[in-house]
Design a binder for this molecule. Structure first.
Ligand code: S3P
Length: 169
C-alpha cells in the first residue's frame, strides 16, 4: 500500500489532537482537517446533536467517510477519539501517512474533558468511570494503529509538535 505524507493524530478525547494539529499546521504551513468538523458540517449540526438525533452508529459511518476523504498529501488530520473503533479506519489512517498517538495520563484527560462537558459519550451518570472504561478499551487500539507515540504528560504543545516533526523528518 502506498502511504501519503499527511500526518494523522489519534488519541483519547482531551489528548490535544486539535491543539497539536493547529501547531503542526502552522509550522508546516499545511492545512488542518478535523474529522469531527467534517462530520458536523455534513449533518449541519454540532456533534452533540448528531449523536442525539442520529445515534452513534450513523456518526461512526460519517466519521469513516470523512476519514476516507481526507487528503493524502501535505495535510494534518486531527481525528475524533473513537476513530480507532472501526477496523476499516486503521487501513484508511495508514494510507494517509504517519499515524501519531498522543498518549495522555487519565487524570489529565479527565481534568480537560470535565471542564468542557461537550462530549456526548461522557454524558453519563458517572463520567469518570465511563472515561476510565473507554480508555482501557481503546488504549490497545491506539497502540495498534500508531506508527509513533508521544507521551504528552510532561510536554507543552510546542514540544509535542517538535517530537512529531522530528519523527516524520
Ligand atoms: C469521540 C470523541 C470526540 C467526537 C465524538 C466521539 C469518542 O472527538 O468524535 O464526541 O468516541 O471518543 P474528540 O476526541 O476530538 O473529543
Amino acid at each position: 500500500m502506498t502511504r501519503g505524507d499527511a500526518i494523522s493524530l489519534i488519541g483519547f478525547m482531551g489528548a490535544g489532537k486539535t491543539t497539536v494539529g493547529r501547531e503542526l499546521a502552522r509550522r508546516r504551513e499545511w492545512p488542518l482537517f478535523d474529522t469531527d468538523d467534517t462530520v458536523a458540517a455534513r449533518f449541519g449540526l454540532p456533534l452533540a446533536k448528531v449523536f442525539e438525533c442520529h445515534g452513534e452508529d450513523k456518526f461512526r459511518a460519517a466519521e469513516s467517510d470523512a476519514l476516507a476523504e481526507m487528503p493524502k498529501r501535505r495535510a494534518i488530520v486531527a481525528t475524533g477519539g473513537g476513530i480507532v473503533l472501526l477496523p476499516k479506519n486503521l487501513q484508511l489512517l495508514r494510507r494517509l501517512g504517519p499515524v501519531i498517538y498522543l498518549e495522555t495520563e487519565e487524570v489529565i484527560l479527565y481534568e480537560r474533558v470535565s471542564v468542557e462537558r461537550s462530549r456526548p459519550l461522557l454524558l453519563t451518570t458517572d463520567p469518570r468511570a465511563t472515561l476510565s472504561r473507554l480508555l482501557r478499551e481503546r488504549e490497545p487500539l491506539y497502540r495498534a494503529a500508531a506508527d509513533f507515540t508521544v507521551n504528552t504528560t510532561t510536554l507543552d504543545v510546542s514540544q509535542v509538535a517538535e517530537a512529531i516533526l522530528e519523527y516524520v523528518g
